[in-house]
Design a protein around this ligand. Structure first.
Ligand SMILES: [Zn+2]
Length: 603
């Protein structure tokens, strides 16, 4: 039995965003102990080089300094020493995201990947962690929220915690501050919600709704739940959106207006977005935290871990996140079909879907999805967006071909039994093979087309077979996200340039110029600042307002600055393409398959 590795976290200078973190190894490597910080954090597939936030580092043994030097960008090597080695570093923390570390006099939030050195060769050792309260009267009411096991700390308190190994240590994010708590049980498992940031949320309602959602997910995979407790760590901001999954918790970032207010009963669009995010991260408790690609078993935190399977781990999770809201009764069918219609719309609007396959999008997440630029819509496809539509196609295909006897739900439960409960990683072709085995269907050519080719997906036909009509119409404005019928009866919709524009310091700047659009053909480029449309400066309404009365076929003269040079373009407007998807229930014929699929009876 090796000695545990001991960590201490001191929020030492909140106003300077600084944590002091130490790591003590009782039996360091006699040839010189190496310690490293992860290059990335599981769940967010980008090299982040957390070591860049280490401001200073020193080592000591029994009160005497030990020399320590950098071995590579994220590894340090201490000189050999006899007896315990303690390495202490000062870490700058001003990334208030679900993937980073943050500290100020109002709140702290950290992921272990940002703070905890990994002593090489001791990865499997148990970890003990002491989290100290910042010094000063203003921190008297601070509490701690984490799903890590307590080892002496009081519930929600500072003090001692423990983890079975390094992998677990960095899989429990920690929040501290004057937090709002709410608690509930789902299928007997204690769940907590901890909110930091100013808000006026109805926490009782939040607890009630999340309980319903969590029980649905637990029963979907089958009781008992795989975690002994669960924590929703919510950071409420003015504007924000993001989530990261962990084995027994999730860190969520949301706008405070996304949280339900006291006295409100309906699920509005913003609260629906929050519930969808919570549902997504909670589903990951099974799908990616326990059912994992073999490429993540174990995680190699020094470098990229490539897999073509993110379509299954992110795409299937994205398919079930909103579907679960419907199946557990938090939203209705019309809401669900609106969300699905929006998903199809954003997929259809990215020309990159004809360039990059889903398997490529997954493999290249590290350099493409997580590092988007102005050409991303032309060159890439989202493994979330297309992945969820492939999950839909797979589900509906299985339901159709087995006459409703099997579905993607059965495949997910089989993945859980075979890989989640056993800890055996999923090989690159593992999801495809298991789907064939469980359903008895030949699915290989469908997978080839959906995952390894760029052919359009058979959405319309499959939806029709399940009682849903899919209609495509032109966008009515640049804020039209699809999902709903056209608001105006004007035929043809608006004339389109094929750009995504933003208003930047009162200027209309082209953020993206889409392949196949009229702006691209006329020679406009991303970054061009449009200063005049037919001699007039666009007003606050931007290009939408400037082009509102124009018809397809008309030519407009645009003046634009590219860097400091004024350029002139004659652009012939085209009718907006029919790329906004509206889904609605067909009456009659498809009622039974629709009910089986959506999991509720027609109401
Ligand atoms: Zn996800």
């Amino acid at each position: 039995m090796t000695e545990p590795v001991r960590y201490t976290v001191i929020p030492e200078q909140p106003e300077a965003h600084c944590y002091r973190v130490s790591c003590t190894v009782a039996d360091p490597d006699p040839s010189g102990q190496e310690l490293a910080l992860p290059a990335w954090i599981p769940g967010s597939y980008m090299i982040r080089e957390f070591a860049r936030h280490v401001v200073s580092i020193r080592a000591e043994s029994r009160g005497r300094p030990v020399a320590i030097e950098k071995a590579d960008k994220h590894t340090w090597r201490a000189q050999p020493c006899v007896g315990p080695l303690t390495v202490t570093c000062e870490v700058y923390a001003r990334d208030l995201s679900v993937r980073g570390a943050y500290l100020d006099p109002r709140q702290g939030l950290f992921n272990g990947a940002c703070l905890f050195l990994r002593p090489k060769g001791h990865e499997a050792s148990a970890c003990e962690l002491e989290i100290r309260r910042p010094k000063g009267a203003r921190y008297r009411d601070w509490a701690v929220a984490t799903a890590m096991d307590r080892a002496g700390a009081k519930h929600r308190g500072f003090g001692a915690y423990r983890a079975a190994d390094y992998d677990e240590l960095i899989d429990h994010p920690v929040a501290m501050g004057e937090l709002t708590f709410a608690a509930f049980r789902a299928c007997g498992v204690p769940h907590e919600i901890a909110i930091s940031g100013r808000h006026r949320a109805d926490t009782a309602r939040l607890a009630r709704d999340l309980k319903r959602l969590c029980e649905h997910h637990i029963r979907f995979f089958g009781e008992p739940a795989p975690m002994k407790r669960y924590l929703f760590l919510v950071t409420a901001l003015g504007e924000g959106y993001g989530g990261l999954e962990h084995r027994a918790s999730t860190a969520l970032l949301c706008s405070r207006d996304d949280l339900p207010l006291r006295g409100e009963a309906a699920v509005g669009e913003r609260y629906r977005t929050f519930l969808g995010l919570a549902s997504h991260e909670y589903f990951h408790t099974w799908n990616v935290k326990r059912i994992k690609p073999a490429a993540f078993s174990p995680y190699d935190l020094d470098r990229e871990a490539y897999t073509g399977l993110l379509w299954a781990f992110e795409g299937i999770t994205s398919y079930y996140d909103d579907l679960a809201l419907l199946r557990c009764g938090l939203i209705g069918r019309r809401d669900y079909l609106e969300l699905l219609g929006r998903g199809v719309t954003s997929y259809l609007r990215a020309p990159g879907r004809s360039k990059q396959t889903l398997a490529e999008a997954s493999f290249d997440a590290w350099i493409k999805y997580y590092r988007p630029d102005e050409n991303s819509p032309n060159a890439t496809v989202s493994y979330y967006g297309k992945g969820s539509l492939v999950a839909l196609c797979l589900d509906l295909t299985i339901r159709e071909k087995t006459r409703g006897r099997k579905s993607l739900d059965d495949v997910m439960r089989a993945l859980w039994k075979r890989h989640g409960l056993t800890g055996v990683g999923v090989e690159e072709d593992g999801v495809e093979r298991l789907a064939e085995e469980i359903t008895g269907l030949k699915l290989q050519s469908a997978f080839d087309q959906w995952l390894r080719a760029t052919r359009e997906l058979p959405l319309k036909r499959l939806l029709a077979a399940h009682g849903v009509e899919m209609i495509l119409r032109p966008a009515e404005s640049s804020s039209d996200r699809g999902g709903k019928p056209a608001a105006s009866k004007r035929p043809g919709g608006l004339a389109k340039l094929g750009v995504v524009a933003r208003i930047d310091a009162d200027q209309t700047v082209l953020a993206q110029v889409l392949d196949g659009g009229t702006a691209r053909e006329a020679g406009l480029a991303a970054g061009d600042a449009i200063v005049a449309v037919d001699g007039l400066r666009p007003g606050r309404g931007g290009l939408d307002a400037a082009l509102a009365k124009r018809r397809a076929g008309e030519t407009v003269r645009l003046h634009a600055f590219r860097r400091d040079e004024l350029l002139e373009f004659d652009v012939q407007l085209k009718a907006a393409p029919a790329d906004s998807c509206v889904l609605s229930e067909l009456s009659g014929a498809g009622a039974r398959p629709l009910e089986r699929w959506l999991g509720i009876s027609r109401g």
